[in-house]
Design a protein around this ligand. Sequence first.
Ligand code: AMP
Length: 507
Amino acid sequence: MYEANYLAARLRRASIGAEDAPFLQNHQTGETVSYGDFFTNAEKMAAVLVGAGVQPGDRVAVQAHKTQAMLELYIGTILAGGVFLPLNTAYTEAELTYFLGDASPRVLVCDPKRQDELAPIAANCGVAEVLTIAADETGTLTERRNTQRGGFEPVARAADDLAAILYTSGTTGRSKGAMLTHRGLSSNAETLKDVWHFTQEDVLIHALPIFHTHGLFVATNITLMAGSSCIFMARFDADAILGYMKEATVLMGVPTFYVRLLEMEGLAEASKGMRLFVSGSAPLLVETHDRWRELTNHALLERYGMTETNMNTSNPYDGDRRAGTVGLPLPGIEIIVADPASGETLPHGEVGVLEVRGPNVFAGYWRMPEKTAEELRENGFFITGDLGKIDNDGYVHIVGRGKDLIITGGYNVYPKEVEILINDLPGVNESAVIGVPHPDFGEGVVAVVVPEPGTELTPDTIRNAIATDLAKFKQPKRVIILDELPRNAMGKILKNVLRDTYTGLFA
Ligand code: AMP
């Protein structure tokens, strides 16, 4: 019966007949949930949604803590023919007003604590029903789920139908709703399952948020598709993860996970039985990659993706995992580098804007046809906005975001080039290089540098140390020392926040 629903069928196939196989070990409750029970609950969620009036194509928005019930709601929405729309838990009332107005969901699921604040906004946006799930899984949604029976007949959905809308993280401007199809999500999970060799024997440590493509689609869909199991943690907890490594096989994380784990005693021993560590969603420093390999004997596998495309590249499972690169295009996915001005394809080795084409690419931005036309070419290539190059061996290197490109006195400066040099200096933990308005040069290069704990660094030491390695126009005109860089929930450095903070520096 699942076969009529394109994505649900593919997420269910591996576990049919293996109803008792474990799907999820809940870190919070200690309980293990079987595939059979998980899907029965998801079917009940679908029945609740249909009861609340959800029709095929209707959006189901959710801003809630990471719980098993929220994962059931994701699959339940797919089964009900709806479009899952998860929202970052950090979003404020003002941001939610924008998202709900833009997406006009049929149902909103939120934390019971926010219900009073959000109900009037939801009503204004035409939301028919507001339901709740708390961090401990109590709430009106789970209460209703418990009154339903399993055995819901999945609503028929085809490959091109929408399965989810994810708003982009908005590090470079207003969030846009990326429309993701049943085919897009399922083809990407299938590819990753194969290239990362996932099987029923795998146990994934799932500590990523599920409002973002990494934790929701990469981690969850691969697990389901392979019939693997996961250890489901509401948040990153280095101690607990170290403990779980003894029974797990794979960890997926953002670079900050790995930086923090490197500080833990016992990492080398704990990681011995693991087969794979995947990193992505933000740039992994070469230093982190090197230290991880030295300490654990594992080469971190870095991959590159985005909300609009799921995953595009991966370092090889068998073969050379090269630090500082995001690996090779995934099977069935094409990547080209285009001249930012003319759009023409550039030869290997030259830096330009990365463009991606494949079944993974989204169907466009929700209710933004102009934005879609600007970024999604008629020939199917999506203009990622990431600057990068492809080397002679085919490995993709990311150099920064298009919006991060600094133009100073008419010259282009790629922040990454300067950051790599600064990060290599003794006593430097990390850095972010930005351009801020400058009366003579248009933009002036500014380096914001975080020293290693207990190290004294001065702006002059840094400026002097890189003076001979960089053309004068690339050298930071100012260096600012900070204790830490502003980041979003996925560990991405918020350069827009830095640019706003230092905008008056040269005024
Ligand atoms: P998001 O849509 O929030 O997943 O953000 C996608 C963006 O994250 C990409 O366009 C890249 O700028 C960045 N990103 C993702 N993975 C990597 C990576 N491995 N290295 C560098 N940047 C990355």
